[in-house]
Design a protein around this ligand. Structure first.
Ligand SMILES: [Zn+2]
Length: 241
C-alpha cells in the first residue's frame, strides 16, 4: 500500500511493505534531475533527510541498458548503468524516471538493496530479475527474503506500444494474457505488472505495485510521453539503516 509523506513540505511516495530502510519515490515537488532547473537544493534536502552528506547520494548514468553495478563510497561515476546495488549503510542511491518503471529491491535478511530502471528496453532484458540474480551471486541474497516495490510509471491505461516491443516483452514471462490488451487497434501493455510477474517467476513473494500512472497522474509525477520529452525526472531513492 502506497502513501504520501512530506520532506520539507514536499511530497514523497512510500510503500508500507518496506519499513526497515528508507525507500521512496520523489514527486514533481522534489525533483533530483532536470536540465531545466537547478536541483542542488533538492539533493541537499534529500541527503539531510537520509542523514548523509550530499556527495554520498549516488546516481548512475542511465542508458536503458541491462548493466548492473554496486555503489561504493569512493566512487561517484557509474556510466552506462541501469541498476545499482547498495550494501553500504552511509551511502544513499537514486535513479531517475519519467514513464519507465522504477523497481526498488530490499533483502531484509542480508540488509542490502538495489534500484533498477525498467523501461521497455530494461524490462525486455529482464533487468529486475538480473539485479536479484547479481544480489544473489555477489551477496548471497535469496529471492524469498527480498521485498520489491514497483513505483510510478506509465500505466496499462496509457502505455501503447508497437508490435516489436510487444513481442519482446511477451517473451519475458510465461503467461502474457492479462498483461496486454488491444484497444481501438492499439496494443497496450502493463509494464509495472510485467516487472512484477518477472520477479514472481524467480520466487519473490512480497511485491507492492504503485497505482499511479505518470500520464494520468502527471500533476504528481513526470511523464516523458505526456510532456514533450521533458528532461525532468522523479526519482527512486534507497538508503539502508
Ligand atoms: Zn494512465
Amino acid at each position: 500500500m502506497f502513501y504520501f509523506e512530506k520532506i520539507d513540505g514536499k511530497r514523497i511516495l512510500k510503500s508500507d511493505l518496506i519499513k526497515d530502510v528508507e525507500a521512496f519515490f520523489t514527486t514533481r515537488e522534489i525533483c533530483l534531475k532536470s536540465q531545466e532547473f537547478d536541483t542542488t537544493e533538492n539533493k541537499k534536502i534529500i541527503a539531510k533527510y537520509l542523514n548523509i552528506s550530499p556527495e554520498n547520494l549516488i546516481s548512475p548514468t542511465q542508458t536503458h541498458s541491462a548493466n548492473i553495478d554496486v555503489a561504493i563510497e569512493t566512487r561517484q561515476n557509474y556510466p552506462d548503468t541501469d541498476a545499482l546495488i547498495l550494501t553500504e549503510k552511509d551511502l544513499g542511491i537514486f535513479l531517475n524516471f519519467a514513464d519507465c518503471t522504477p523497481v526498488i529491491l530490499y533483502d531484509k535478511k542480508q540488509n542490502i538493496g538495489a534500484i533498477a530502471h525498467a523501461g521497455w528496453r530494461g524490462t525486455a532484458q529482464k533487468i529486475a530479475p538480473l539485479t536479484v540474480e547479481k544480489m544473489g551471486t555477489n551477496f548471497n541474497s535469496k529471492p524469498k527474503d527480498i521485498i520489491a516495490i514497483i513505483g510510478p510509471a506509465i500505466g496499462f491505461c496509457c502505455y501503447s506500444v508497437g508490435e516489436e516491443v510487444y513481442e519482446k516483452l511477451k517473451a519475458t514471462v510465461k503467461n502474457f494474457d492479462e498483461l496486454s490488451e488491444i484497444r481501438e487497434g492499439n496494443i497496450f501493455v502493463d509494464l509495472k505488472n510485467i516487472n512484477k510477474r518477472q520477479l514472481e517467476e524467480i520466487g519473490i513473494q512480497e511485491i507492492d505495485v504503485c497505482p499511479y500512472c505518470t500520464v494520468c497522474d502527471n500533476d504528481k509525477f513526470f511523464s516523458y510521453r505526456n510532456e514533450n520529452a521533458t528532461t525532468s525526472r522523479h526519482s527512486a531513492v534507497l538508503k539502508l539503516r
